[in-house]
Ligand binder design. Sequence first.
Ligand code: CP
Length: 315
Amino acid sequence: MYHFSSVKDVTDLKALLKEAFELKASPFRYETLGRHRTMGLLFFNSSLRTRLSTQKAAANLGMNPIVFNINDEGWKIETEFGVVMNGDKAEHIKEAAGVIGRYCDIIGIRSFAGLKDRAYDYAETVLEWFRKYAGVPIVSMESATVHPMQAFADIITIEQYKKTARPKVVMTWAPHPRALPQAVPNSFAEWAVAAGYEVVITQPEGYELCEDFTKGAVIEYDQRKAFEGADFIYAKNWSSYREYGQVLHQDRSWTVDTEHMNWTNSAKFLHCLPVRRNMIVSDAVIDSPDSLVIEEAANRVVSAQTVLKQILQSL
Ligand code: CP
């Protein structure tokens, strides 16, 4: 593995999962693999889990992590080419990527979708320019359209708790007051299908995701029907892809509560966090013994460490 943004960057998901569980059991087994290597963690947006778990994962491999909140602490970055830079953006992405690539052996980037221009977001502009100009492996730590470290941690969690070889995994849209990107659901859909699960996506009309990410999943608009027989419920909000970036409504009947969970096959509850309580999920569900959200977040260290180990071994 060199760059990492998609399940398509993984040659053998089963083998990667096996490696993940080995690292989960022995996190310091490769503590010298990253010696004298630097991991750059660039944040254009806020983070709790990604920032801490990836830093810890890099340290577990002996790497030296540098965390840089680029928008708050660095120069504002221009990502367009051929523009007259006479505004507030003092540094061009071409030089920024080239320079950071000289300081770091692997670069992780968090850069959310702007949710204004679908073509721009779905071109993964920031990630792509870093890939082109940094000269080192680039890892998405949630970019405009994907969040692969999260999806890999979600799959690790499902593997940890599943009781059947091919569980029914339901990803449900849930309401939220603000427009959120499609990165988490896009990645979860493609990773869950690649893992071989029975994947159902349920959402109100108008919230259909980009079909590039949902191939192999069943789309069911009736949330109750979708939940029936589910072994795992993965709740998430996302804004509309079709009416790009729009919040079409905040229908609270889609909030996952105890009644919803009673429709399932005693399903476990997953959410990537942060989560808005009593919008996405009721207190009773997230605080129940069936909620795996803390273990899921803990597995972010495992997913990041497994990916970084693979990349280090390819250098
Ligand atoms: N799930 C997730 O990526 O959390 P953060 O935004 O806090 O990193």
